[in-house]
Design a protein around this ligand. Structure first.
Ligand SMILES: [Zn+2]
Length: 85
């Protein structure tokens, strides 16, 4: 299993994964049918992720925790970037 961390805002388990651009984003540790991210190398200490683009993909899909966290607004305040969506 990959290492999970608890969200400081809501306590949900998350996995930090590196995107193709090198940024790290938190994904919900629990896959979701509504997810749009594919997680790779999740058994390592350096998991990576990318947006699912293949409609034939049937593996587990993950959601960005920024989209599901009830405290997400706290994050954007800290980041000072305003609304991302
Ligand atoms: Zn959270």
């Amino acid at each position: 299993m990959s290492r999970t961390v608890e969200c400081r805002g809501c306590g949900a388990p998350m996995v930090f994964a590196r995107t193709g651009r090198g940024a790290k984003i938190p994904l919900d540790a629990v896959p979701s049918s509504a997810g749009t991210y594919v997680l790779e190398n999740e058994d390592t200490s350096n998991p990576t992720t990318y947006r699912m683009t293949d409609p034939a993909y049937t593996g587990p899909r993950y959601t960005s925790h920024f989209q599901t966290c009830p405290k997400a607004s706290d994050f954007s305040k800290k980041r000072g970037s305003g609304d991302v969506a």
